[in-house]
Design a protein around this ligand. Structure first.
Ligand code: ZN
Length: 111
C-alpha cells in the first residue's frame, strides 16, 4: 500500500477485457471460450462449386462425426454395427475406404 498513489476525484470502474472500458458479457465469453486452431483441411469441404449436402457430409467425415452404425450401436439406437453391404463393422474408415461394395460404387461413379 506504500507505493499506491491516490488521486483526488471520483472513483471509476474500468472493464479491462473490453478496449473502451465498458462491461459487456460478450467480452467475458470471448475471454473464456477456446479458440481452436483452424484445421489445414478446413477449406476443402466448403468448395463453392459443389453440392452443399455433399460438402456437409464431407465436413462431418473429416470431423469423424458421421453417424455410422458403430456409433449408432454404441448409443443403443441400432442393435448391430454390421455394415449394410457386408458383414464387417461399419466405421467411417470402413464405409469410405475399406468396404468392397462402397469401393465398387465409387469406382462406377468415377469411371
Ligand atoms: Zn462394408
Amino acid at each position: 500500500m506504500d507505493n499506491m498513489i491516490l488521486e483526488e476525484g471520483k472513483d471509476m470502474l474500468f472493464w479491462k477485457l473490453n478496449g473502451d472500458g465498458e462491461f459487456f458479457l460478450s467480452s467475458i465469453w470471448q475471454k473464456l471460450r477456446r479458440h481452436p486452431k483452424v484445421k489445414s483441411w478446413a477449406h476443402i469441404p466448403w468448395h463453392v462449386k459443389t453440392i452443399l449436402r455433399h460438402n456437409f457430409i464431407m465436413w462431418l467425415l473429416f470431423l469423424r462425426r458421421l453417424c455410422t452404425r458403430d456409433k449408432l450401436a454404441e448409443w443403443g439406437i441400432v442393435e448391430s454395427n454390421e455394415c449394410s453391404f457386408c458383414a464387417e463393422a461399419e466405421t467411417t474408415d470402413h464405409l469410405f475406404f475399406k468396404c468392397d461394395f462402397s469401393s465398387c460404387v465409387v469406382e462406377a461413379q468415377v469411371l
